[in-house]
Design a protein. Structure first.
Length: 210
């Protein structure tokens, strides 16, 4: 699932990085979240290789949810429209799930980069674009919170841990995360108070469980 909002400069590279994984039967779902540029046209240019959903702007959580609803597979993976998967990203994570029935999801390392600049050192990445998860386990946790402009994946992971999901990791880089002036964390700087809201909600749930 690739949520996209005004992602015309980057979306084709993101889609190509998924198609290049070489996994038979992979389904790519792009959710155009009310873009005002050529985002939808970029996705449409891939023809039948990409399922395109166009909807009014409702935020990344709603876009991810729409993508999951459209997806037909038993495994789910997410990729932001300005990021890319390196070669072998999906195969490495898929191998872990195939080998370990007790694993509910798999992460890997994340490498941030700037266009025209040096790559930053890889680091453990608990971000949506680094996760491959069994659909049945995703549904145990439930949908992304559509009321959050930022922090929707932090909230989902908190609920996943509360639900007892087991996550594994692979040592290699599975996501290259692009740094640029339009990153959500920069554009939505005024919404960072929602991170505090997410953490408070998680603490409150744990208090009721104890």
């Amino acid at each position: 699932m690739i949520p996209a909002f005004n992602a015309e400069p980057y979306l084709a590279e993101a889609i190509q990085s998924v198609l290049a994984q070489g996994i038979p039967g992979i389904q790519v779902v792009v959710v155009d979240d009310g873009s005002t540029d050529g985002t939808a046209a970029v996705a449409a240019a891939f023809g039948a290789q990409v399922a395109l959903i166009c909807r009014p702007n409702a935020g990344i959580g709603a876009a991810r949810n729409a993508g999951v609803e459209r997806a037909a597979g038993n495994l789910l993976a997410f990729l932001d429209a300005d990021d890319v998967w390196p070669a072998g990203s999906l195969a490495g994570r898929l191998a872990v799930l195939d080998a370990d029935p007790g694993a509910d999801g798999v992460f890997g390392m994340v490498q941030e980069f700037r266009d025209g600049g040096d790559d930053l050192p890889p680091q453990a990445g608990g971000v949506a674009g680094a996760l491959l998860v069994r659909r049945a386990k995703y549904e145990v946790v439930g949908r992304f919170d559509q009321g959050l402009r930022v922090g929707e994946f932090i909230d989902w992971m908190a609920r996943a841990h509360e639900a007892g999901l087991k996550f594994r990791s692979v040592p290699g880089v599975v996501l290259r995360r692009r740094l640029h002036a339009a990153n959500t964390g920069i554009v939505q700087r005024d919404a960072r108070v929602e991170y505090t809201r997410v953490l408070r909600a998680a603490l409150e749930r744990r208090r009721h469980q104890s």
